[in-house]
Write a protein that binds this ligand. Structure first.
Ligand SMILES: Cc1cc2nc3c(=O)[nH]c(=O)nc-3n(C[C@H](O)[C@H](O)[C@H](O)COP(=O)(O)OP(=O)(O)OC[C@H]3O[C@@H](n4cnc5c(N)ncnc54)[C@H](O)[C@@H]3O)c2cc1C
Length: 486
């Protein structure tokens, strides 16, 4: 560490002196929630947690870190699932939490845009948009905690990607603090701007490795006035993509979500919340949870009913429930969200975020299931997700109570087997969660030398001293070793 302050206590005291107790946390009890991942599986270490209140303070903090050679680990809501926001050294790392920078700087209904600070919680942005009859289409299970800065830095996906695209497509401009503390103000709300390279794209999906995002100009759309939610029982899981294609064609391209839910998902959601009302529907090998939405006066019901009739006629679907109220629709979506909580409650398990071409989804799941049944018959595989985008979370839950080494060996084998199938289908190992620290070896094994060279060149240009989130996405000697995995 090239800091002039030689020890962690000196650094913490200097930070406190410079920025004050509202902006700096140093007590390990106060910093714990910033040092643990969302599942509570991994605990990291940091010399301090910095909480800037505005862009000027964020810039001063980054400048201080640069002067003292401290690594900066940007953090939003800490809901990321790949350890991207995890500090790893009690000597040389600070977390910069954006939670106090949570102001909506403005909403422009005429421009269908807003400017928001990076620490705005996603749900708060959606609510503020709705108050103006506008909609911010990014929707994901963690939206009550994750922040727009984290969404941008992971290029988050979620349930509406098939209609509105990933976060990248919803961002018009960014404000970023660079590695020496300089502020780049790129907060344009222009829809079209081909004046040279689009610099904001460098920071979207960078997982905090190139700069600290402090604010964003975002694209809004008219708020859908009608949403129809259906939960359908499939005759055969292999028909899921045929059903998806039918939905896209029959619903006039107004399909906004199409999720595959396995029967185990219902069980896990009920485990997470025993009061959850499950729909009365025939038992099936798989279910599809579908939203169709529109603005204006278009009547969606006949469209959705016609699609349902056709799906029955073609034998894709055996039964279905069309939500009769917003509350029933919310209950159906709670199954999808509850699945995640149910898995978390089961303890350490393999979580994947894989993608294959949509046409290969059914074959991929079938092959994965067969391999798991053959090699890991005592584990519970749960394959679900945003299959309309070819995105499958193929998770594997080990049997309860087995020794840790045995559990880890089973999960390592499951990952190896699934990644090999993904590679055969020319798929991706991270569809939307990013690389973080968890997937960097898998990422390294799949990068071409040319890709590696370009990435290294961009990092060297923007962060030559590797101060921003070292060890995230790409291995770094600055990534500390004092991390406890439990
Ligand atoms: C229940 C649940 C459901 C989820 N569902 C989805 C889903 O459907 N789709 C999906 O894509 N993800 C999903 N996720 C993952 C997660 O919510 C997203 O990755 C989210 O975008 C992370 O936002 P965050 O604010 O929590 O970021 P954090 O976890 O705090 O950080 C994530 C990364 O971004 C960096 N970062 C954070 N803020 C900044 C900033 N201001 N400037 C620079 N870098 C920054 C961090 O260093 C880290 O590398 C889910 C997670 C949970 C727990």
């Amino acid at each position: 560490m090239d800091t002039k302050l030689t020890d962690a206590t000196d650094i913490a005291a200097t930070l406190l002196d410079r920025f004050g107790p509202r902006s700096v946390l140093t007590d390990p009890a106060d910093t714990l929630r910033y040092r643990r991942d969302w599942h509570g599986d991994v605990e990291g270490s940091a010399v301090a947690v910095l909480r800037p209140g505005d862009t000027a303070e964020a810039s001063a903090m980054v400048r201080f870190c640069a002067e003292h050679g401290l690594a900066v680990v940007p953090q939003g809501g800490n809901t990321g699932l790949v350890l991207g926001a995890l500090p790893t050294s009690a000597r040389g790392h600070v977390v910069v939490s954006m939670e106090r920078m949570n102001r909506i700087r403005g909403i422009d209904a005429a421009d269908f845009s807003a400017v928001v600070e990076a620490g705005c919680v996603l749900a708060a942005i959606k609510e503020a948009g709705e108050a103006e009859d506008l909609f911010f289409p990014l929707s994901l299970g963690a939206e009550g905690s994750c922040q727009i800065g984290g969404n941008i830095s992971t290029n988050a996906g979620g349930i509406n990607v098939l209609r509105y695209g990933m976060t990248r497509e919803m961002i018009l401009g960014l404000e970023v603090v660079l590695a020496d503390g300089t502020v780049w103000n790129g907060l344009s709300t222009l829809r079209k701007n081909n004046s040279g390279l689009d610099l904001k794209q460098l920071f979207i999906g960078a997982e905090g490795t190139l700069g600290l995002v402090t604010a964003a100009a975002i694209r809004l759309v008219p708020k859908p006035s009608r949403v129809e939610t259906a939960f359908l029982a499939l005759a055969d899981r292999n028909d899921v993509m045929a059903l998806y294609a039918l939905a896209r064609r029959e619903c006039c391209d107004l399909l906004s979500a199409f999720e595959l839910v396995p029967p185990e998902g219902m069980m896990l959601a009920k485990e997470a919340d025993p009061t959850l009302a499950l729909p009365t529907i025939a038992a099936a090998p798989a279910y599809a949870l579908i939203d169709v939405s529109a603005t204006g006066s278009l009547d969606l019901k006949p469209l959705v009913e016609r699609f349902f009739e056709l799906a029955m006629e073609r034998g894709y679907v055996t039964d279905g429930v069309l939500a009769a109220s917003e509350a029933q629709a919310a209950d159906l979506w709670q199954i999808r969200d509850g699945m995640n909580e149910g898995q978390a409650k089961r303890g350490v398990h393999l979580r994947t975020d894989l993608s294959v071409p949509p046409s290969k989804v059914a074959a991929f799941i079938e092959e994965g299931m067969q391999e798991m049944a053959l090699r890991l018959p005592d584990c519970l595989p749960v394959a679900y997700g945003h299959v309309g985008d070819g995105n499958i979370h193929f998770n594997v839950l080990p049997p309860a109570g087995i020794p840790r080494e045995e559990r880890d060996a089973k999960l390592a084998l499951a990952k190896k087997v699934l990644n090999a199938i993904v590679d055969r289908y020319h798929g991706g190992i991270s569809a939307e969660h990013g690389i973080g620290r968890l997937k960097r070896d898998d990422f390294a094994a799949r990068r071409s030398p040319v890709q590696q060279e370009i990435l290294a060149g961009i990092k060297a240009l923007l962060d030559p001293r590797d101060l921003f989130n070292p060890g995230c996405q790409i291995a770094s000697p600055r990534d500390g070793t004092d991390v406890t995995v439990f």
